[in-house]
Design a protein around this ligand. Structure first.
Ligand code: KIV
Length: 241
């Protein structure tokens, strides 16, 4: 069966790149807090910043579906969740993602015809540091409850392969894994991680496969530019008017 491919994008050029690559879903993840804003936690980003990122991605007019990650405290009650999800849809998103066992929220959104992606396992908005979640019963119960509440997909983050396989086989909606093994219906990675553009060189978790090293290429390019200026090679005649 064809797998669902999801990648994050937070801005216009990365949305163009991942869409040209033919991926299925663009996640405007709150990981933008760490990856782009250099914040310590995803808790530090709010609705206003996330809306700017969703709008930038939407301007790329991707064929891929755009899912907006609801930031910390933007879905504390069904009422706030609904109001904020509507802002994301207006900004160009097709669906929203929420973290944790938030059945009431998922129900409120799906009842109002807003497609929702759930997210269980490691939860960056509430867990102090990344840990693999191993409580099979709790994870399966949460997944089933979120499906019943109306979620259209569920992200499984840092979940042992055996458990994620069981969840994927049990649910009728697709599971999207990150650090959850190969049996999920789809996979997600952060764009900057997979293309090697993450500012933090030490970020090398086991679940990550780097398909390029763009940061290294970018440093080399900027160094060459600086050297060319010092050596009088840039700007050349063809770069001048
Ligand atoms: O914010 C994000 O990028 C995410 C994915 C890692 C699932 O939540």
């Amino acid at each position: 069966m064809t797998k669902i491919v999801m990648v994050t994008a937070y801005d216009y050029p990365s949305a163009k790149i991942v869409d040209e690559a033919g991926i299925d879903i663009i996640l405007v993840g709150d990981s933008v807090a760490n990856v782009v804003h250099g914040m310590k936690s995803t808790r530090e980003i709010g609705m206003n910043e996330m809306l700017v990122h969703v709008k930038a991605v939407a301007r790329a007019e991707p064929k891929a579906m755009i899912i907006a990650d609801m930031p910390y405290r933007s879905y504390s009650t069904p009422k706030t969740a609904l109001a904020n999800a509507k802002k994301f849809l207006k900004a160009g998103a097709n669906a929203v993602k929420i973290e944790g066992q938030k059945q009431k929220i998922a129900k409120a959104l799906s009842k109002n015809k807003i497609r929702v992606m759930g997210h269980i396992g490691y939860l960056p908005q509430s867990d102090a540091k990344p840990i693999v979640k191993k409580d099979a019963e709790k994870l399966i119960d949460s997944a089933i409850a979120l499906e019943k509440a109306g979620c259209s997909w569920i992200v499984l983050e840092l979940v042992p392969e055996k458990i994620s396989r069981l969840i994927s086989d049990t649910l009728t909606i697709p599971t999207i894994g990150i650090g959850a093994g190969k049996y999920c219906a789809g996979q997600v990675l952060v764009f900057h991680d997979l293309v090697g553009l993450n500012a933090d060189d030490s970020f090398n978790p086991r679940f990550l496969k780097k398909y390029a090293n763009l940061k290294k290429d970018a440093v080399a390019a900027v160094k060459k530019y600086a050297k060319d200026i010092q050596e009088g090679k840039f700007p050349a005649k063809k770069n001048s008017y």
